[in-house]
Design a protein around this ligand. Structure first.
Ligand SMILES: [Zn+2]
Length: 266
């Protein structure tokens, strides 16, 4: 199988790091802003034809991985007070067709579903895309939402995405979009829980070491108490990587508003 996956990254998606939304407060997340710029420049410099992004915040279902299926994918930050921040990218139908064919051939795989055409991209995909486009990205994009299936099923689906990439005659980058614990400090919007810091530490240390066992095997209650949206995205990235690290590097970690933002290649 050819390896045409150039890079895999875990990126946060706080709308506050978009200048028109964050305004003065963006300075409090400067480390994240700087590393999003740096990592986006690195990804775009590799010249992928298509970036596949898994997001938590579009259409979330019990058992179906959902995909955007319209040709043009458009962001919307109107909910965050910035309707003027809008851009479009082109979907990759070659990849979607190849994936569809694989799923049809195998009855053991989870279901995939199309997101209603016309649905704007969520901020989980929109914020990383904002930085990638600022860095000069002009290629295609595939966006899917993870679901409520098990850890194992997310890893397996990641492997299927990798196999699908290998069948396409082009180069890919994979982005796992997610924020870590939403409960790092008393003033966090989701409140405080001490397991929040534990959750974030396990992610940061595991990625630094390039060994994701401790993330996969994390106690379920830590994950639940932490209040996070990165876990299933990370499981899919681990599947895409076939459970081995490749270019693991933590660019930055901070939680200035009580939510953990980790920027890393995996
Ligand atoms: Zn989120």
């Amino acid at each position: 199988m050819t390896n045409n996956l150039l890079i895999t990254a875990l990126l946060p998606h706080p709308p506050i790091i978009i200048p028109d939304i964050g305004k003065d407060r963006i300075a409090d997340a400067q480390a994240t802003v700087d590393s999003m710029k740096e990592i986006s420049t690195q990804i775009v410099g590799l010249n992928p034809d298509t970036i596949v992004i898994v997001t938590p915040h579009s259409i979330y279902t019990k058992d179906t991985f959902t995909f955007y299926t319209q040709q043009e994918l458009t962001t919307s930050f109107a909910n965050f007070g910035a309707p003027q921040v809008q851009f479009s990218v082109e979907n990759d139908f070659d990849f979607l067709k190849a994936l569809d064919k694989q799923i049809k051939d195998r009855k053991d795989l989870p279901k995939i579903g199309g997101i209603k055409p016309g649905t704007p991209l969520d901020h989980g995909s929109g914020v990383p895309l904002y930085y990638l486009i600022q860095a000069g990205y002009k290629g295609k994009v595939v966006v899917l939402n993870y679901c409520a299936l098990s850890i194992k099923e997310h890893i397996e689906f990641g492997k299927l995405l990798k196999q699908t990439m290998a069948q396409c005659d082009k180069k890919f980058a994979f982005i796992a979009s997610g924020d870590l614990s939403h409960k790092l400090i008393e003033s966090a919007p989701a409140g405080f829980h001490p397991d929040g810091k534990t959750f974030d530490k396990i992610f940061e240390e595991s990625i630094k070491q390039g060994d994701y066992k401790n993330i996969v095997n994390m106690d379920d209650f830590i994950r639940k108490n932490a209040g996070e949206c990165a876990y299933n995205s990370m499981m899919m990235a681990i599947g895409v990587l076939n459970e081995t690290s490749d270019k693991n590097k933590v660019f930055s970690y901070e939680g200035p508003f009580g939510v953990g933002y980790l920027v890393a290649t995996l």
